[in-house]
Design a protein around this ligand. Structure first.
Ligand code: 5GP
Length: 173
């Protein structure tokens, strides 16, 4: 069945917000190098756009986690499918996520990463659904707080589709 997509945040709005976060990070990390960790696959579009707008030196790494939940709800049980290539020891790390929903995935992930000895560890998410939070997670940089609706685009999928949309939309079935 074909679903339709309603625009929630336009490409221009998303781009402008990413620009502002990039400038904020550049100010906060002046004189330092930031190590961005992308949580695949959803965080990839956001991380690339964000990295382009950060003016301090940047290094990148990628990891992939899978939740044992169904498609639209995470169970809280998370497994690392692809681990980082590099050590985090003494690095100023920012985890770049697409969306924080219940907070379960990030809470687990941040605990694992904290154990690897970074100099600092922060979280940056493009989207945040605060109404859905089950586990408390400190978000340092947020693109947009959005209502409890299932969104796609800018890396976020619905059954692996729509990641390539240059805006954030809501799936209407
Ligand atoms: P959490 O563990 O915070 O509940 O879930 C985080 C993950 O759930 C996100 O990284 C994303 O993969 C998925 N997710 C949560 N809400 C949405 C949504 O509205 N749209 C899409 N496409 N994925 C979502």
């Amino acid at each position: 069945m074909a679903e339709s997509i309603r625009v929630l945040l336009s490409e221009e709005e998303v781009d402008a917000r990413i620009q502002a976060i990039g400038e904020q990070i550049s100010r906060d990390y002046e004189g330092k190098q930031v190590h961005l960790i992308c949580v695949l696959k959803g965080g990839s579009f956001f991380m690339c756009e964000l990295a382009k707008r950060i003016s301090v030196p940047v290094s990148l790494d990628f990891m992939s986690v899978a939740s044992y939940g169904n498609d639209t709800k995470s169970s809280g049980l998370v497994r690392i499918v692809k681990d980082l290539d590099e050590s985090l020891k003494d690095k100023d790390v920012i985890v770049v996520e697409d969306i924080v929903d219940s907070g379960r995935t990030l809470s687990y992930l941040l605990e694992v990463l904290r154990g690897r000895g970074p100099k600092s560890l922060r979280l940056c998410t493009l989207l945040d659904k605060p109404d859905r939070r089950v586990v408390d997670v400190k978000v340092d940089y947020t693109g947009f707080q959005i209502p409890d609706e299932y969104v796609v685009g800018y890396g976020l999928d619905y059954a692996q589709k729509y990641r390539n949309l240059p805006y954030i939309g809501v799936v209407e079935l």
